[in-house]
Design a protein around this ligand. Sequence first.
Ligand code: 13P
Length: 250
Amino acid sequence: MRRKLVAGNWKMHGSLAENQTRLTQLVLALKGNEATDVAVFATAPYLFQCKSLLAASAIKWGAQDVSQFASGAYTGEISTSMLVDFGCSLVLVGHSERREIFHETNAIVAQKFAAVLSANMTPVLCVGETLEQRESGQTLSIIVEQIKAVLEEVSIADFKQAVIAYEPVWAIGTGKTATPEQAQEVHAAIRDLLAQYDANVAQGIQILYGGSVKPDNADAIFAQPDVDGALVGGASLNSDDFVKICNAAG
Ligand code: 13P
């Protein structure tokens, strides 16, 4: 039985004061929830604050992006070893905002995935199609391409230490959620793809859904057999909503 993981992607939101309130609320409210894995992805300046406020709790924290390079003259970049220094155990790679706005290619995402694994953290590989791609029937081929690019860089066994997040681009921040059936179809296809390489890895991997997950649609999404949790954007900024989603998972 796969455990569910609910992770909040705070994106470029927050402040020391806001985070302090939110993290304190989460620690208190989720104390009794041992059934679900919970994590937050904060921007880099706040990772130390996450470490300070979450270290004594079961809530994990991670970064929203990382450099594919180990160290060197890469102004503005943050390395995996720096994230390890700040206690991160998870890192998002290939979020659609990174792919679209910052032009991260499948190849760069694959290198980042490998870098996170080498640092003994868990990469959360984000995949998903645009509205145009869905409407032209390319959803599954796009996702297969995104995952296969990573399999060119690492082995299937490396996915034992990874999480996949299916985030249809058209559902992110739009209030337009994929139906539970649409999510299930893609999640099952991802698991089938991995099973072609290794059935155990396919069975064990957590596949999260992301895209306008809210307290009122979480139950139906989590009821799908291949949905193992959620990557939550907007609703993760509201502690009450995020806690409700976490409790819906477990
Ligand atoms: P929303 O939940 O705001 O749609 O964002 C989803 C997302 O991008 C999480 O990574």
